[in-house]
Design a binder for this molecule. Structure first.
Ligand code: DC
Length: 226
């Protein structure tokens, strides 16, 4: 473990496939922090919406579903396991379809309210690194360190494409780029807590950098916290 005394609350926000999960997970392992993937919670609700065959127009039904759903995040070597009402859905929630539906249901303010509340409880005691879209702006506006992690659209599409290929997805690079654009546009322009870089966040561009370079830049920043 690095020489860490106080356990801080670190927020990492940014667009999809900027490297947030990988980087946050490695930092959490190095510092023995709890890693929380807030997007996994939106994905879990999206999975439930699909399982219930609910139309995305049926906002009230989606809100009811979100309020009765229990989502547990448990640490794993490669991220976190996600349990939906006690069932492990960690792999299921990573499909391109779920990515789109998660982004679509995340525009509903009441769904956000339920998940933000759960995220705030998880991070209350510090020693947490949480990544998402609104962690620094809404979930933890007083986070000890806020990072806005970005990368060029091409870099992000290529990363997601490679990742999907490993999971045997047949989505082409062009389609992956299109999906990323569409999702980012929605996540940045929605009314409720859109993805923004807050004034006090540090902007990091991970294009052209390897994971460990970005990890060490962020750990340096954490070590400078007082
Ligand atoms: O981080 P991710 O790609 O797994 O997130 C999936 C979707 O969930 C993302 O497109 C928007 C939504 N999301 C959100 O609105 N707020 C968060 N803090 C995290 C994710």
């Amino acid at each position: 473990m690095e020489n860490q005394q106080k356990k801080y609350l670190i927020a990492i926000d940014g667009p999809s496939a900027a490297g947030k999960s990988t980087i946050a997970r490695i930092i959490a392992q190095k510092l023995e922090y709890l890693y929380i993937d807030s997007g996994a919670m939106y994905r879990a609700i999206a999975l439930k919406v699909i399982q219930h065959n609910l139309s995305l127009e049926k906002k009230d039904a989606i809100i009811a579903l979100a309020s009765e759903t229990r989502i547990d995040l448990r640490p794993a070597d490669d991220g976190c396991y996600v349990f939906l009402n006690g069932i492990d859905v960690s792999k299921k929630i990573r499909s391109p379809e779920i990515s789109q539906v998660a982004s679509q249901i995340s525009v509903i303010p009441e769904v956000r309210k339920i998940l933000v509340h759960a995220q705030q409880s998880l991070g209350r005691n510090g020693g947490v690194i949480m990544e998402g879209r609104d962690i620094g702006s809404k979930v933890f506006p007083d986070a000890d360190l806020k990072i806005f992690l970005d990368a060029s659209e091409r870099t992000r599409a290529q990363r997601r494409f490679t990742e999907n290929q490993k999971k045997n997805s047949s989505l082409s690079l062009v389609k992956t780029l299109h999906e990323i654009r569409q999702r980012d546009q929605r996540d940045r322009t929605r009314e409720a807590s859109p993805l923004i870089q807050t004034e006090d966040a540090i902007y990091l561009d991970s294009s052209g950098k390897n994971i460990l370079q970005v990890v060490s830049e962020i750990i340096d920043r954490i070590n400078c916290l007082k």
